[in-house]
Structures are given as C-alpha cells and as structure tokens.
Design a protein around this ligand. Structure first.
Ligand code: FAD
Length: 375
C-alpha cells in the first residue's frame, strides 16, 4: 500500500475535490484523491456558474478553457404566468457538468495529480486516522478532506443526517434540444422553471414543483413526460417538450439536512456539499464548493501545513457565508412560488420596477474570495 502519511487525502473527485487537488498541486502540497466511481463522470445535467465561482476557476487556470466551450447568457428574463416581469443583466457561464468535471480533472492530472478510482470510502477512523475502502484497501493520510457530496460518508463523523426534513419541493430536470440565449425563469404558484443554454443546441431544463409527497432523493430516478405534464401548466409543457417529446427526464425530492456546528473534527475537514448540503434554488452549491476548495487549499499553504490553524480559520470564514446563502436559497423558493394574488402583484412590481433581483445576488456574486485570507 502506498505510503501517504505526508499526503492530504481527498475523498471524492467532484467539483470541490478536484478543485482542491489543483490548488494543493499548485502549492506543491502532496495529495491523493479517492473516488468511488470507475471514471470521472457526471449525469447529463447543466450548471450555472456565477462570478464568485468563476473567480476560483480563473485562479485554477481553467476559466478560459471552460468559457470557450460553454455559454455566456447576458440576461435573466423572468415571467410570472405568461407575462414578462423583468429582464436583468447578468454575467454567468452556463455549461454541462460533464465538461466542468472533465476540464478540472484534466488540469489536475496535467499537474501530476492522481485519482484512485473504484475507491469507495466505507469508514474513517478518527482514532487511527485511517481510511477504509469497500475494496478492502486501507490508507493512513496526514489529513483527510471529505469532498464526497450530498450523502457524505465523511459528514457522518460530525453530524447525524438521519433527521432529514423534506423541503416540500421536488425537482425535475432534463437536457433538451434547442437554441436559447438567455436564462429564463417562469414563476407560478406550484412550479418554477429555470432554463438556460449549455451549448449551441442544448438547453438545461429544471422544474421545481411544490409537492406535499416527497420523492426519493436521487439524481438517477427517471420520470416520465406523462407524469410531468400532470404537474406543469400545459403552455409550459408545450413550450419545452413539443419538440423534445423523447427526452430523458429525472426527478427527485429536495431534503434539508441539519445544520452542522463545525466544518471539521480532529483529522477531518469537510468541503462542498459534504460540508453544507444546500437546497438548489439559488444555483450556488457548486460555486460554494469551489470557494471552499480555494479557501482551505490556500490556508493550508499559508499556514505551512498547520492543520489546526487552517481548520479554525476555514470554519470561521465559511460558516457564516454558507449559512446565510442556505437561508436565502430556501426563501427564494417561497418567493418564486407565491400563490396569494396580492403577494404576487407586490413581488412582480418589485421585480419590474426596482433592482431587487440584482441586489439579492450582488452579495453572493461579488464576494471577495481573498477576504479573510490576507492574500
Ligand atoms: C437541481 C440542481 C441544480 C443545481 N444547479 C447548480 C448551479 O446552477 N450552480 C451551482 O453552483 N450549483 C448547482 N447545484 C449544486 C451543485 O451541483 C453541488 O453543490 C456540487 O456538485 C457539489 O460539489 P461537491 O464536490 O461537493 O460534490 P459532488 O460534485 O457531488 O462530488 C462528490 C464526489 O464524491 C464521490 N463520492 C461520494 N461518496 C463517496 C465515497 N464514499 N467514497 C469515495 N467517493 C465518493 C462521488 O462519486 C462524487 O464524484 C445544483 C444542484 C441541484 C440538485
């Protein structure tokens, strides 16, 4: 078994794990990524990256590569029922998750990075500092980073996630054929839709539906267009699926996990969804995952591998921000799904006549990633 007693072990080769790997490699800090899948892969889905996430991608030297192969919508257009209520200038990159993962992976590998695939963490011992994998391999790293996503094994060492709370929303997603320039939002009482281009002829479609009965939490659970048509207003169903009636569609329930007190314990630090699983209504989980990787990676370098100092500072910098965004994200769903006619009128007027949309995102998007690091 490889001696990794001086390495930082990263569990999970997702957005946060790969980004952290690149930052550590850049700073000549030994690291090794363990990934349960047999290769880098993502389910066909889109992702929108706002300026706070893009700043990290620039620092990782992958921004231009992603930008040239992705889309750069300049407007977010909002409809309430069929009426356009706002058109807000934006500067985001929308792309396919596959592409983002591939570019991060290739960058990490080009820096002599290593990913051990088919390594699914089964247990982690805080006492012996060892990582046990389902393939029976055992490693003892210098430090472990839990970057293993929403159903994190690592997180179980810090938080009991058995008390999941159903958010009251289910999500349907699909990749459709079509040409679209902007990000389009449709707001309605029981449903809101977000669609954006991910390439010249493909669109990411996500519908969030208010539903009292919880669906399973899984990105691989297939739905049918017949079922979706029972949930969506027929005009929207026609708009998106008239020419896409053979598209694959997936559906799942959105759950809220208990708040975590600290993002670390002893020899383990959490980043990304493992640290702060967030409801997806502001499209920020991936961007926060990139921010986490940037901050923890740079702290380790700044404090010359002093883990305790890095963990304490990381916790201090990150907790307040991710908690605030999580709360905003939950409120966003309520704002999108208003049912009372007076409340809808007020919301639509605010969106039409004030810059409330830009104001809400400004604090998130304009975040100075170097703040607190002193670099
Ligand atoms: C509908 C929806 C839309 C979204 N839209 C956006 C958006 O537009 N913009 C945005 O910024 N974010 C968005 N997000 C959130 C974003 O997808 C996540 O926050 C992001 O993927 C988290 O990255 P991560 O690295 O923490 O986890 P992941 O990307 O989930 O990576 C975790 C990795 O760990 C591996 N793994 C898991 N368990 C183990 C184990 N036991 N052992 C070894 N490996 C393991 C997995 O295979 C995976 O490779 C959205 C989420 C949803 C649900």
């Amino acid at each position: 078994m490889k001696d990794i007693s001086k390495h930082i072990a990263i569990v999970g080769a997702g957005i946060s794990g790969l980004a952290l790997g690149i930052i550590l490699k850049k700073n000549n800090i030994p690291c090794l990524i363990f990934e349960k899948s047999k290769k880098i892969s993502e389910y066909g889905a889109g992702i929108s990256l706002s300026p706070n996430g893009l700043r990290v991608l620039k620092d990782l030297d992958v921004f231009n590569n992603i930008k040239t192969k992705s889309c750069n919508p300049r407007n977010a257009i909002f409809f309430s029922r069929s009426n356009q209520i706002a058109n807000t200038p934006i500067n985001v990159i929308t792309t396919s998750r596959d592409l983002l993962h591939k570019i991060l992976y290739e960058k990490y590998i080009s820096m002599d990075g290593d990913v051990l695939f088919n390594h699914e963490l089964s247990d982690l011992s805080l006492d012996s500092k060892s990582l046990n994998f389902t393939n029976k391999k055992i490693y003892k790293p210098f430090h472990t980073i839990g970057a293993d996503g929403i159903r994190s094994k690592c997180r179980q060492k810090i938080s009991n996630d058995e008390d999941l709370i159903y958010s009251g929303y289910s999500v349907w997603r699909s990749i459709l054929f079509g040409n679209q320039k902007d990000i389009i939002f449709h707001l309605d009482k029981n449903v809101h839709i977000v669609s954006y281009p991910i390439s010249e002829n493909k669109i990411s479609f996500v519908a969030v539906i208010k539903k009292s009965k919880a669906l399973k939490e899984s990105w691989k659970f297939k739905g049918s267009l017949d079922d979706l048509s029972k949930e969506l207003p027929s005009k929207l169903m026609q708009k998106y699926f008239l020419d896409n009636n053979s598209s694959e569609i997936f559906k799942w329930g959105v759950f809220i996990r208990p708040k975590i007190k600290d993002l670390y314990i002893e020899n383990l630090t959490l980043i990304g969804d493992a640290a702060h699983p967030i409801v997806p209504f502001l499209g920020q989980g991936g961007c926060l995952a990139l921010e986490d990787a940037y901050i923890f990676g740079n702290l380790i370098n700044l404090y010359k591998n002093d883990i305790i100092k890095s963990q304490t500072k990381y916790n201090h910098i990150r907790l307040k921000r991710v908690r605030k965004i999580h709360k905003m994200s939950l409120n966003q769903a309520k704002f999108n799904h208003l049912g009372n006619p007076l409340a809808i009128f007020l919301r639509n007027s605010l969106m039409k006549y004030t810059n409330i949309v830009s104001l809400r995102t400004r604090g998130i998007w304009n975040y100075d990633i170097t703040e607190g690091l002193g670099i």
